[in-house]
Design a protein around this ligand. Structure first.
Ligand code: NAP
Length: 330
């Protein structure tokens, strides 16, 4: 409501005086110096002359809000001529249900974001596939040469979510050689990946996934998707890797499955509360690896191209790309 409170202090300039699109960058303040030069360059490359600012002080005649959670905008009511909100994040659960937002919401789909996630997931899948921990942790004079991992082609990896990122991650894992299956809401074709959908498809995928990667969005439908019953479908000794969203997993059920030895390890990048509170049992659990929501950061050099393209489309009367379905929540 910071913005709504501030509106009374501003005098509105006549809208007709503004011909260039006005773009408000709404993110935590430390991001502006990093993003500003890339945003200018990307807009120039797209042939757009725009007024850019990170200052939400009125007039509220902004045409576009470039949005990242934690910035100054948390109420869209004061904006008088907003054409679209352009999210810097792929996940839009923080904003998608905002009743004050009544213009198109576009999520971030960007090569850098996708490639970053492929790197992170591949690294963590390989850690567990190869059993690297046994050698990294124990530089203790013991010659541990007794365990030979299967070849990647004999390792079954499941990917939940086959969207812009999940689909590319599944294909990359399959190209690497892993026996990869993927699951999505609607039936889908994904290069080199055996795909499934529906409840029966989920059960089958869980039943065969020695390593499970979750790249679903946080929506009411995906809340607690991996509950005790679904976690129990994973093969004994399976590993869970979650760079999707914390709400996908029932935390207590996961801890219980790890404690029983049903699951061997969980590598978690995202959590219901972030930062993950220091007292949370995930931090101290020997079978949990916590990473601080760093699986794939939105990178200014590539993401601003996606932002500029949508502004160009908005200014040309073309449909926006990567529109969020507000009913589905992603
Ligand atoms: P996306 O393009 O929107 O794809 C979402 C996928 O999930 C689609 O395949 C969709 O199925 C599927 N899905 C959604 N709801 C479902 C349901 N109820 N049942 C089954 N499948 C469902 O998203 P994305 O770009 O791939 O990104 C995925 C998520 O990754 C983001 O939402 C975000 O939470 C997370 N992420 C995390 C980080 C990080 O640093 N940790 C970085 C970027 C993104 P359909 O194909 O049938 O629609």
């Amino acid at each position: 409501m910071r913005l709504a409170r501030a509106v009374g202090r501003q005098s509105l300039r006549p809208e007709a005086a503004l011909s260039r699109p006005r773009v408000l960058f709404s993110a935590p303040p430390e991001h502006w110096p990093l993003w500003r030069p890339h945003l200018y360059a990307a807009l120039a490359e797209a042939g757009i002359e725009a007024d850019l600012t990170d200052d939400p002080a009125g007039p509220w005649t902004f045409d576009y809000v470039v949005y990242r959670p934690g910035g100054p905008v948390d109420d869209f009511t004061p904006f008088t001529r907003l054409k679209a909100v352009l999210s810097l994040w792929a996940g839009v659960e923080d904003i998608v249900g905002d009743p004050s937002l009544n213009v198109p919401l576009c999520r971030m789909v960007d090569e850098g974001l996708t490639l970053g996630m492929i790197d992170w997931v591949t690294g963590h899948v390989l850690r567990h596939h190869l059993g690297l921990d046994a050698h990294l942790a124990g530089q203790d004079g013991i010659w541990r040469n007794g365990i030979v991992p299967p070849l990647a082609r004999d390792r079954r990896v499941g990917v939940l979510g086959l969207g812009a990122i999940g689909g590319a991650v599944a294909t990359a894992l399959a190209r690497f050689g892993f026996a990869t299956e993927g699951w999505s809401r609607r039936p889908k074709e994904v290069a080199h990946v055996a795909t499934r959908s529906g409840e029966a498809g989920l059960d089958a995928l869980l039943g065969s996934s020695e390593i499970l990667v979750t790249l679903l969005p946080a929506t009411p439908e995906t809340e607690d998707l991996l509950d005790a019953a679904r976690l129990a479908r994973l093969p004994r000794g399976a590993v869970l890797i979650n760079p999707g969203r914390g709400s996908l997993i029932d935390d207590a059920a996961l801890l219980a499955a790890l404690d029983r030895g049903d699951l061997a390890h969980a590598t978690l990048d995202v959590f219901r509360i972030e930062p993950l509170p220091p007292e949370h049992p995930f931090w101290a659990h020997p079978k949990v690896t916590v990473t601080p929501h760093i699986a794939s950061e939105t990178r200014p050099a590539t993401a601003t191209l996606a932002i500029a393209e949508n502004i160009r489309r908005g200014e040309s009367g073309l449909p926006f790309r990567h529109l969020v379905d507000r009913d589905r929540g992603y």
